[in-house]
Design a protein around this ligand. Structure first.
Ligand code: SF4
Length: 344
């Protein structure tokens, strides 16, 4: 069991629910845009949000951002310890900073001291690019984890143990091995991720395999799916990973058929619209929605769902909890399904 760490009002580790994280892609100094994105991400299911703090303007913006958001805020800092100090003063809930890259020991001590005073945890994050290749010429799970543990030891030597650790790699097998090794060497909560996972399609698969494999082994306390896409997609994918492993109850289950030569409606278009609607308007209690292409398998699945549709020729049959409701023309199918979902 990992240690429990409090980030704002959310616990991670120690058996707490797996928290979903994402990172804003706005300029942090643009307070209005950043707050807007954070609030949208919260609505999508993000539990903890990180922002880049590349300069003092961004660090000073933390205070104002904090006033307008509900979820814990993490400041991502490299090289300049003063940015960490300013972010901590502004009320940030966690720092993501590597002690080894902020210079003198006294700089690290200044950060550790203010973090300790304010009860702010620090995430140490190592990835393939941050391993000292002079010291560790071979990039493997051992060099990744040892690099991370070196950073951990710097903070521990200052009496600071409110630590979260990430050991990321863009290679799925390597990140799995590295996190497995890290889990045997320390009891700090582990922040899981496949770094630079790529565009949505490939990144989703890599993250699902890497993060999902580890969670399935009982390793990992918080997750971030990294996609070259809108961060809201990261949150949706993270939710799907947790839901597939039954680690988070989703408010809906969406079923759609793969389509085949029997399909006579634009099922793909309809399925995308219904899924998008459910993502943006999560039902108040768990429901299953099925969108099926034809009368061969369609009515069976549609009947099993709370709300389902089975397509026909330019029309479809709507079912509600196993009972046929009515036939609707294809042009009205989306609106009619939404109407029934809202009536549940
Ligand atoms: S439900 Fe019908 S349309 Fe969809 S894949 Fe099955 S047989 Fe084909």
């Amino acid at each position: 069991m990992t240690k429990k760490v409090l980030i704002g009002n959310i616990y991670i580790g120690g058996g707490a629910p797996i928290a979903i994280q994402s990172m804003c892609n706005t300029k942090t100094k643009d307070i209005v845009a950043t707050v807007k994105q954070i609030n949208e991400l919260e609505k999508a299911g993000c539990d903890i949000i990180r922002v880049a703090v590349p300069d003092m303007e961004a660090a000073k913006a933390i205070k104002d951002i904090k006033k307008e958001i509900n979820i814990p805020l993490v400041a991502d800092i490299h090289f300049d310890y003063k940015l960490a100090i300013e972010s901590a003063k502004g009320g940030v809930d966690k720092l993501r900073i590597n002690p080894g890259n902020i210079g003198e020991r006294e700089n690290v001590e200044a950060v550790a001291n203010i973090a300790k005073d304010k009860g702010i945890p620090i995430r140490i994050g190592v990835n393939g690019g941050s391993v000292d290749r002079k010291k560790y010429p071979i990039l493997n799970e051992e060099s990744l984890v040892l690099s991370g543990m070196e950073q951990v030891k710097i903070l521990e030597s200052m009496g600071f143990t409110d630590i979260v650790l990430s050991i990321k790699s863009s290679s799925v097998p390597l990140m799995i091995k590295a996190y497995k090794l890290a889990s045997t060497l320390c009891d700090y909560p582990l922040h899981l991720g496949v770094t630079e996972a790529g565009l949505k399609e490939v990144g989703t698969i890599k993250s699902a395999v890497g993060i999902g494999s580890l969670l399935n082994m009982g390793i990992g306390d918080t997750i971030r799916v990294s996609l070259t896409d809108d961060p809201i997609e990261e949150v949706y994918v993270a939710r799907e990973i947790l839901s597939a492993l039954e680690l988070r109850e989703e408010s809906y289950r969406f079923i759609s058929c793969p389509t085949c030569g029997r399909t006579q409606i634009d099922l793909q278009g309809l399925a995308k619209r219904v899924n998008e609607y459910l993502r943006k308007n999560p039902p108040k209690r768990p429901i299953t929605v099925a969108v099926m292409g034809c009368i061969v398998n369609g009515p069976g699945e549609a009947k099993e769902a709370d709300i389902g549709v089975a397509g026909g020729k330019a029309r479809g049959a709507i079912f509600k909890r196993g009972e046929f409701v009515r036939n609707v023309p294809e042009s009205d199918m989306f609106e009619e399904l939404v109407k029934e979902i809202e009536l549940l």
